[in-house]
Design a protein around this ligand. Sequence first.
Ligand SMILES: Nc1ncnc2c1ncn2[C@@H]1O[C@H](COP(=O)(O)OP(=O)(O)OP(=O)(O)O)[C@@H](O)[C@H]1O
Ligand SMILES: [Mg+2]
Length: 299
Amino acid sequence: MDWVIETNDLTRKFGDFTAVDRVNIKINRGEVCGFLGPNGAGKSTIIRMLCGILVPTCGSGMVLGYDLVKGSEKIKRHIGYMSQKFSLYEDLSIKENLEFYAGIYNIPYSERKRRVDEMLSMVELHTRKRELVANLSVGHRQRLALACSIIAYPSVLFLDEPTSGVSPTARREFFNIIQDLSNQGTTVIITTHFMDEAERCDRIAFFVKGKLLALDTPDNLKNSIEGCLLELNLPDPMGQIDFLNSLPYVKESYVNGEMIHVLVKEEKNIRDLADCFGVLPVKIEPSLEDVFIKLSSFR
Ligand SMILES: Nc1ncnc2c1ncn2[C@@H]1O[C@H](COP(=O)(O)OP(=O)(O)OP(=O)(O)O)[C@@H](O)[C@H]1O
Ligand SMILES: [Mg+2]
């Protein structure tokens, strides 16, 4: 199998602090792989190494067959990268920003007009192409930043939290574009904190404290929870957690919204909990959020 991305014990330290810790990951052509994990888990740092802009401290990795260190210049030519703090030129119009990026990527002059028009229609900004970026909403800026990062038809696209701060509708539309790109064979790595986006990824890589704790499809991750998950409606949910966790048949409990989620060993423990609290717990299917709360408790 030829992997588009493959790392071997990829590690990055900043001084004594290990931001990325021996990560082994393989990603296939055309996959949409979501990078998830708490703040500071190392997601952006891995992406910067995979883009060839940050050198690993140890370990190695290949992107499109090029070594992260020796082939970093080649990697940069074949990828698109939209960083958490993407940069657009405020005093240029939408179209001028695209033309500027077409220049940066050395797209031949004869190609540029067609390419800019194609990007404008892809992100549905053609009717506004003469507007200054300074006057655009956050959602439109993000679509433009995406268009700028794909104008050179990258084989691999890295999107670092592209949808933070935009409305749910804008996020859904943005993800539709990403799925179109993936269907055309572009490999997409996207970091997100949104569960609805995680659900739409082919696979999810979950990082905690620099370590890759899970890499699987959303369904497999949900099925990996062993035991029986219950929802319990009690007053003062936070105040119940220590007691719940002390019960021998409770594997784990945590507050989820207004409710308490309790993972018990077996279905028959529903009765035990009901007897204990005088309230009947409801059996529920684990969501990705349940999976991530469980993984995030990793020490
Ligand atoms: N240049 C740097 N110098 C020192 N520490 C750094 C540097 N870059 C990142 N770090 C640290 O490495 C850790 C991982 O950071 P990173 O930005 O990769 O996390 P993240 O998973 O992207 O988080 P978020 O979800 O908040 O974007 C953090 O503790 C961060 O402070
Ligand atoms: Mg980040």
